[in-house]
Design a protein around this ligand. Structure first.
Ligand SMILES: Nc1ncnc2c1ncn2[C@@H]1O[C@H](COP(=O)(O)OP(=O)(O)OP(=O)(O)O)[C@@H](O)[C@H]1O
Length: 249
């Protein structure tokens, strides 16, 4: 039985006169990487922001674990298991890898503040950080200052920070941007290892990487979905070849 964790139905988002996304529907299932590809300005990041709760859709509905969350704020969706990473790195550069993850775990957890106990001693957040660092393969960098990491490791740290909030759905906006071949391979292995327990949405421009890791692909052009399906079907779809893949080939 498929384990759909998130579904979006007929999402439209306008910016004044511009229709950035136009009637987009998709589902994210545990155990799969669902890639969203498309030309610049196709609406991919807008779609991620709408799913994450940072932008409200003008039309359509979003369901997380079968519950409608369209009106929920981003923090509320995050607490319900929706994690996201951004196109640009959003780490605290002067803190260590572990501190970054601990703060992410703390920020996502609502509880009364205990003034007599420093936040760094919070067992829950420390355990969540340890676990996330291990999942993201960053153990050897745990005590290193985040700002000193390589670009690839910073992107891994972003994913670790998201994992520290115990998400079941991961929305990843161009996690491979600016990476060299080795870093890309490491990130792809990380995504493959995470997908068993998560539903992953991957916005990505690197087509080789997408076709290596994706189980399902949605292709967007000018805010609309022009094709959706398994990688093999997408690769041979004439509309996709004309509108998008043809650009590179
Ligand atoms: N806050 C905003 N205000 C006005 N227009 C916006 C805003 N955000 C995005 N847009 C417009 O919406 C359209 C879709 O943008 P979006 O960033 O979602 O595309 P994208 O597919 O992620 O592009 P890229 O691959 O270049 O990152 C673009 O025309 C963009 O200029």
């Amino acid at each position: 039985m498929s384990d759909v964790l998130l579904s979006a139905k007929n999402i439209t988002r306008r910016f004044h006169g511009l229709v950035a996304i136009d009637g987009v529907s998709l589902t994210l299932t545990r155990g799969t990487v669902h890639a969203v590809i498309g030309t610049n300005g196709a609406g991919k990041s807008t779609l991620v922001s709408v799913l994450a709760g940072e932008l409200a859709p003008n039309e359509g509905a979003i369901f997380l674990h079968q519950q409608e969350v369209t009106s929920w704020s981003q923090p509320r969706r995050a607490r319900a298991g929706l994690g996201r990473s951004y196109q640009r790195t959003t780490i605290f550069p002067s803190l260590t890898v572990h501190e970054n993850c601990r703060i992410a775990a703390q920020a996502n957890r609502q509880q009364f503040w205990n003034w007599s106990s420093p936040a760094r001693n919070c067992r829950y957040s420390n355990d969540a950080a340890d676990q996330a660092i291990q999942l993201a393969g960053l153990e050897s960098d745990s005590r290193h200052t985040a700002g000193m990491l390589s670009h690839g490791r910073k992107r891994q740290l972003e994913i670790a920070m998201s994992l520290a909030t115990h998400p079941q759905v991961l929305l990843l906006d161009e996690p491979l941007a600016g990476m060299g071949p080795e870093e890309t391979e490491r990130m792809l292995s990380l995504l493959a290892s995470l997908k068993n327990e998560h539903a992953i949405l991957l916005v990505e421009h690197d087509m080789d990487a997408v076709f290596k890791v994706a189980d399902e692909i949605t292709v967007m052009v000018n805010g609309r979905v022009i094709a959706q399906g398994e990688p093999q079907a997408i690769r041979s779809n004439p509309d996709v070849q004309t509108a998008y893949l043809g650009e590179d080939e």
